[in-house]
Design a binder for this molecule. Structure first.
Ligand SMILES: Nc1ncnc2c1ncn2[C@@H]1O[C@H](COP(=O)(O)OP(=O)(O)OP(=O)(O)O)[C@@H](O)[C@H]1O
Length: 300
């Protein structure tokens, strides 16, 4: 008998929640014999419920929420040797993983798209001792975003805020970083922003990293160059938001499986942003877990 634990974050998103669990259960009942429902109450619940799903002998773990909830689910699943299968419905403001996987962002559309499903292999990223599914950002700008109130963030979204707030946020020349990519030391770089992306969609910009595939087994490293000159920085950031960053002049673009990032500057103060939330400080070690998960997507 196939079973699915359905976990809903009742605080995510702004859509009307009337009949939400019934509608989702109806869709899931087409694919599973047995469905159990739980609601999250606080940070960490969507990660902890993975253990409950295992105890209940479920084979699939399905969450409904924003990027925070999806990231928690990934953190629960990725540490399993043989992870449960994964599914989700996007309810947040950014929803990059859904965009990359072709899961519609509107609830009713997603529910009908998932009437017919297939299981897509999905890479998971590791940063120090935690996991991510979409993007790690590092530098002055992500730092400022980390220290922005969640109201502002939920109003504008992570990168929308970043874009609108770019002028206001620039206040110095950036940090100097040392980056080792697959064991090779790159030239030291002074920059305001470093991104490590897993999917083509970053910060709601669906083709920012046009080459990235959810199961290509690669980390996509983007470094904004020449940020001492504000105008160049702005132009490069605009290139990021216009998509297809590998074509942009002021962005260095690399691919690899293992990245180490250190800095001569005050490392303890340099904080990362992981999937839109504050992450670990330097030094950072990132790696890819190729096709670690199988995720439910609409059948083409
Ligand atoms: N019942 C609850 N009430 C209030 N907050 C909750 C509840 N359950 C979980 N949370 C909080 O919600 C956070 C995750 O929110 P999530 O990011 O999924 O939604 P969102 O903020 O609407 O989406 P996005 O980040 O894309 O804007 C968790 O880290 C946790 O702190």
């Amino acid at each position: 008998m196939s079973g699915c634990l359905l976990v809903i974050n009742p605080s995510s998103g702004k859509e009307n929640k009337d009949g939400l669990s019934e509608k989702i259960s109806a869709m899931l009942s087409k694919h599973f014999d047995r469905i159990e429902l739980r609601y999250t109450e606080k940070a960490g619940d969507a990660e902890a419920f993975v253990d409950l799903a295992k105890d209940l002998n479920m084979d699939t773990y399905f969450v409904v929420g924003g990027d925070g909830t999806v990231n928690e689910a990934i953190n629960g699943l990725a540490k399993m040797e043989n992870p449960l299968k994964f599914g989700f419905l996007p309810m947040g403001t950014v929803n990059d993983l859904a965009r990359a996987l072709g899961i519609p962002l509107k609830l009713e559309d997603a529910l009908s798209a998932l009437e017919h499903i297939t299981w897509q292999p999905l890479d998971v990223g590791q940063i120090n001792d935690q996991y991510f599914m979409n993007v790690v950002a590092l530098g002055e700008i992500p730092y400022a975003v980390n220290h922005t109130s969640s109201e502002e963030k939920s109003k504008f979204g992570f990168f929308a805020y970043l874009k609108d707030g770019f002028n206001a946020l620039i206040n110095d020349e950036g940090q100097t970083y040392h980056i080792k990519l697959d064991g090779e030391e790159l030239d030291a770089i002074t920059t305001e922003i470093i991104l490590v992306a897993l999917t083509n969609s970053v910060g709601s910009v669906e083709q920012m990293v046009a080459d990235a595939r959810v199961d290509d087994g690669l980390l996509h490293l983007l470094v904004l160059k020449d940020t001492n000159a504000l105008e160049i920085g702005q132009e490069a950031l605009q290139n990021l938001f216009d998509g297809n960053v590998s074509q942009a002049n002021n962005v260095s673009y690399y691919k690899g499986q293992h990245i180490e990032i250190t800095s001569d500057d005050k490392s303890d103060d340099i904080e990362s942003n992981v999937d839109g939330d504050p992450g670990p400080t330097l030094p950072l070690e990132l790696s890819i877990l190729p096709s670690k998960l199988k995720v439910m997507v609409p059948k083409a």
